[in-house]
Structures are given as structure tokens and as C-alpha cells.
Design a protein around this ligand. Structure first.
Ligand SMILES: Cc1ncc(COP(=O)(O)O)c(C=O)c1O
Length: 369
């Protein structure tokens, strides 16, 4: 058996139980691992859907150019179908996005334009404005607009929701997901609530985003907007894809908690997930008093750790932002530990950080060869 092209491998991502981090919770928590999509994120689901809906309605014509404002993952979700179907891609992103994401977009043939993060959405330099302008001025171009294009949430209504319902054998009680465009949570929630209206839908928001306050008070409060580091979730606009009526609660998570949890997910669960997955699991732990025995929680992990090797998984970057207190570990630190005899060390520096000389050392526990 084989697939006819890479697009046929989108979806049907696995659910994997979280075993260690959620030990203190009274219920089962499983993660929906969207990194198993071919572009390594949940956005593969919406890329193909927005393109095929646009083809059907004549908004995207043969040989056309796809112009999108994207933090990276949607770009990849659009770029893969563009390769198979023969479209050109121009992506507009912000200077806060991971270098890895931009490099990967270029690797799949896209042109990437980087805009400043700390300007308002109406500013002509913002990535919303630049992408809109490019799409109106470029001939034969299509602007998917993942924020307001309802094909986004429809993709999740058609795929993510049914998959979760079937994979949990209709036992799911809570669905937790980070909210950016709102497509993932709203489409999945619509399907799940149609099946069982008692399923709780919890959206994960960032400090610096408008969602939580808007949901709770109906007020779009510009004082809620300030810079933050977490990528992919939280917004300074209200995208049409967020259906606030389907979301029972928004939980805000700090950058620090999100980054530290992202690292714990890889170290304690062996799951290489991205930064917003750390936010989602952290947010769930903040909500632990709302959970009871017998609950089955599905947390959506939106993308892969490889997109964040220069950030969450870079100790120096983490320390510079005050997210890590520990000093760099040297071989001397390890050798000085009481249990050093149990450790084998290859090719490490025996000197303190900053020292230029390195020696290659193989330490043989208890003198054994
Ligand atoms: C890494 C990551 N997590 C979560 C989200 C949020 O998903 P949605 O836009 O469907 O709300 C995004 C969206 O850009 C993302 O890139």
C-alpha cells in the first residue's frame, strides 16, 4: 500500500497518553500529536482545505500565487499542496517567529517576507497589512486569510473533531487547545459538542492577548495587548474563526510556564512538541481542580519541537530571558556529583563555561573498559 502523494498523509494523527507530567491529576490525559502531519503541524489540515475550497469557488486559478500572513506553520500547510498542485507561495511573517520556521518555508520553495512584530495590525508595516496589500496588488493571487476564512475551522469540523471522537470511543470529556486563528478549537468543538454538548472546551490564551477578557466581558480591551514570546496562540484581533460561544473557558499561560513545560514534555514524556503544546499542557494543569476521576482530557499538541531548537530548547536563549536559573553544566559539575561513578561521559569539556580549551575525554566508570 502506498499514498499517491504527500497530501494523502495529512490527518489521522495519534493520541498518546501523558504519563508523568499529569500524575497529580485524577483523570486520563491524552495528547493529539499534530506533529505527525507531513508538514509537522496542525496547519496541514487547513492549508489543503483552504486551497481546495478556493479552487472550487474560482478564487484560486491554475498557476496562481498564494500570499498569506503566517507564523510559519500555515505556510508549510499551504506550501506542500502548492508543490503538488503547481502554485507559487509568498509568505509574510514577523520578526518574532523562529528562524527554523522561516528556513523550512524557504526549503519548500516559498518566498518569505519578514515584518516587525511590535506595530499595530492597521500599521502598513504589520504583517496583516503587508500580506493583504501583496494579495490585492499581485496578479492572479489568492489570499487564504487563515484568520477570517471559515474553511479553516471547517477543516477541523471535518477531520480533527471526528478523529478525536472515534479515537476516544466517544468518551472524551474535555478538549484543550491553544487559540490563535481559533480554527482548531472552534471546528473541533462544533463537532464534539454536536456529538455530546457536555464536553468542555478550554481555550489556551497568552498574557498579551485579547481573547480571555473579550470572552468573559464582551470588551475588546486594547490594554490587554502587549508583546509576548509564545508563538502561534493569542491575538491582538478577533479572527472570524473564533466561535466564542463554543468555548467554555479561556486560561492564560505565561511565556515562562509555556517554555518550561515544553521542555518537560520532551524530557518526561519523550514527545517532541512545540511551544504552544507547552502552553496547552500548562494551562490544563492550572485547571486541575476542575477535573475529576473518570474524565478523559484531549490536549492538542499543535506542532513539533524542531521548530524551536533555537528557543525553548536552547539553554542560553532560555537563560537570557530569565526562564532558566541554572548555570550551564560542565563535565566538572558532573564528575563532582556523588554518583559520578555511574556516568559515562564522551567528548565533553572539562572546563568551566567560557573557557576556550576543550579536551576529549572518555570517562570509564569504576575503571572498567
Ligand atoms: C504552534 C501553533 N499552535 C497553535 C496554533 C493555534 O491554532 P489555531 O490558529 O487553529 O487557533 C497555531 C496557529 O498558528 C500555531 O502555529
Amino acid at each position: 500500500m502506498y499514498y499517491n502523494n504527500i497530501l494523502e498523509t495529512i490527518g489521522n494523527t495519534p493520541l498518546v497518553k501523558i504519563n508523568n507530567i499529569t500524575k497529580e491529576l485524577p483523570c486520563i490525559v491524552v495528547a493529539k500529536l499534530e506533529e505527525f502531519n507531513p508538514g509537522n503541524s496542525v496547519k496541514d489540515r487547513i492549508g489543503i482545505k483552504m486551497i481546495e475550497d478556493a479552487e472550487r469557488t474560482g478564487r484560486l486559478k491554475p498557476g496562481g500565487t498564494i500570499v498569506e500572513g503566517t507564523s510559519g506553520n500555515t505556510g508549510m500547510g499551504l506550501a506542500l499542496p502548492a508543490i503538488i498542485k503547481g502554485y507559487r507561495c509568498i509568505f509574510v511573517t514577523t520578526d518574532k517567529q523562529s528562524r527554523e520556521k522561516m528556513d523550512m518555508l524557504r526549503a519548500v520553495g516559498a518566498e518569505v517576507i519578514v515584518c516587525p512584530t511590535n506595530v499595530g495590525p492597521e500599521d502598513p508595516r504589520s504583517y496583516y497589512s503587508v500580506s493583504k496589500r501583496l494579495s490585492t496588488e499581485m496578479p492572479n493571487s489568492f489570499y487564504p486569510n487563515q484568520y477570517d476564512n471559515l474553511s479553516n475551522r471547517a477543516a477541523h469540523y471535518e477531520s480533527t473533531g471526528p478523529e478525536i471522537w472515534e479515537q476516544t470511543e466517544s468518551k472524551i470529556t474535555h478538549f484543550v487547545a491553544g487559540v490563535g486563528t481559533g480554527g482548531t478549537i472552534s471546528g473541533t468543538a462544533k463537532y464534539l459538542k454536536e456529538k455530546n454538548p457536555n464536553i468542555k472546551i478550554w481555550g489556551i490564551d497568552t498574557y498579551g492577548s485579547v481573547f480571555k477578557k473579550y470572552h468573559e466581558t464582551g470588551e475588546f480591551d486594547t490594554k490587554e495587548i502587549y508583546p509576548y514570546i509564545t508563538e502561534g496562540i493569542g491575538e491582538d484581533i478577533l479572527p472570524a474563526n473564533v466561535d466564542f460561544s463554543l468555548i467554555d473557558h479561556f486560561e492564560k499561560v505565561t511565556d515562562k510556564d509555556a517554555f518550561l513545560m515544553t521542555r518537560r514534555i520532551s524530557k518526561e514524556e519523550g514527545i517532541l512538541a512545540g511551544n504552544s503544546s507547552g502552553s496547552a499542557l500548562s494551562g490544563l494543569l492550572q485547571m486541575k481542580d476542575e477535573l475529576k476521576t473518570g474524565d478523559l482530557v484531549v490536549v492538542l499538541f499543535a506542532d513539533h519541537a524542531s521548530r524551536y531548537t533555537g528557543k525553548a530548547f536552547n539553554d542560553e536563549w532560555m537563560r537570557e530571558r530569565g526562564f532558566l536559573d541554572s548555570k550551564p553544566v560542565t563535565a566538572l559539575d558532573i564528575l563532582n556529583r556523588k554518583d559520578a561513578g555511574l556516568i559515562s561521559i564522551d567528548m565533553v569539556s572539562l572546563f568551566l563555561p567560557g573557557h576556550k580549551e576543550h579536551i576529549w575525554q572518555h570517562y570509564i566508570p569504576n575503571g572498567q573498559e
